[in-house]
Design a protein around this ligand. Structure first.
Ligand SMILES: [Cu+2]
Length: 144
């Protein structure tokens, strides 16, 4: 009986893990001297209920915020948002010029190729994801 109970627990644990897909996490390598950068990834919601990213935390930065980019008089600006909602069976791509995780006041310099852990707090629990530091392509230099 106890054994069966364990199998059921294991089954639910595996299911829960599959509910959130986290793909292609990366952080832009900031230009020398800059203490500001952004992290991106694709979040997949494989459940039938809204998935909400409520908060992100990166040890490497003094402040971690969820941001969106918007246009104001043809200028790209960004602002903090309280959360990100991924609809049931949907996916949301955090990318340059759109939603991103802002890392403010980096505590040390980043190197291309290293991996930075960032904690993602969802309404369904916390995930720790390793984000690879990558050089921003020339085209995207203007946008955080
Ligand atoms: Cu930002």
């Amino acid at each position: 009986m106890a054994k069966r109970y364990l199998w059921i627990l294991l089954f639910f644990a595996l299911c829960q893990k599959e509910e959130i897909g986290l793909k292609d996490p990366y952080v832009h390598l900031p230009p020398t001297g800059s203490q500001l950068t952004a992290a991106f990834l694709t979040i997949q919601n494989k459940s039938r209920e809204n998935l909400i990213l409520e908060k992100a935390y990166a040890e490497i930065a003094e402040l971690t915020e969820l941001h969106e980019t918007y246009l104001e008089e043809n200028m790209a600006r960004m602002r903090a948002i309280p959360n990100l909602v991924i609809s049931p069976s949907g996916e949301l791509q955090l990318k340059p010029g759109s939603y991103h995780i802002m890392l403010i006041n980096l505590k040390r310099e980043l190197k291309a190729g290293e991996k930075i852990p960032i904690e993602l707090y969802f309404n369904r629990g916390k995930r720790v994801v390793l984000f690879e530091v990558k050089e921003a392509s020339a085209m995207m230099h203007a946008q955080p």
